[in-house]
Design a protein around this ligand. Structure first.
Ligand SMILES: [Zn+2]
Length: 73
């Protein structure tokens, strides 16, 4: 089974959308319990890492997000 590596501030896309319609959640805390916040409505929740791994469709790294701040000279 593939192990998903989550990092703080990564955005995950879940298989099931939140009731607000958004499928993207940002990682606020990493551990055996993960804390994520919905990008659509800003609601945060705690979910077991195992459950999150099963529910995750994609992980977007902090640095590959569209619109992420980047610093250029
Ligand atoms: Zn939501």
């Amino acid at each position: 089974m593939e192990i998903i590596k989550y990092k703080l501030n990564d955005v995950v896309e879940l298989k099931k959308p939140h009731p607000c319609g958004s499928k993207q959640f940002k990682i606020l805390r990493v551990g055996s319990e993960m804390r994520i916040v919905c990008m659509g409505c800003g609601r945060d929740m705690v979910i077991d890492r195992i459950k999150l791994e099963k529910a995750t469709k994609k992980v977007y790294s902090e640095f590959s997000q569209q619109g992420a701040p980047h610093h250029e000279p």
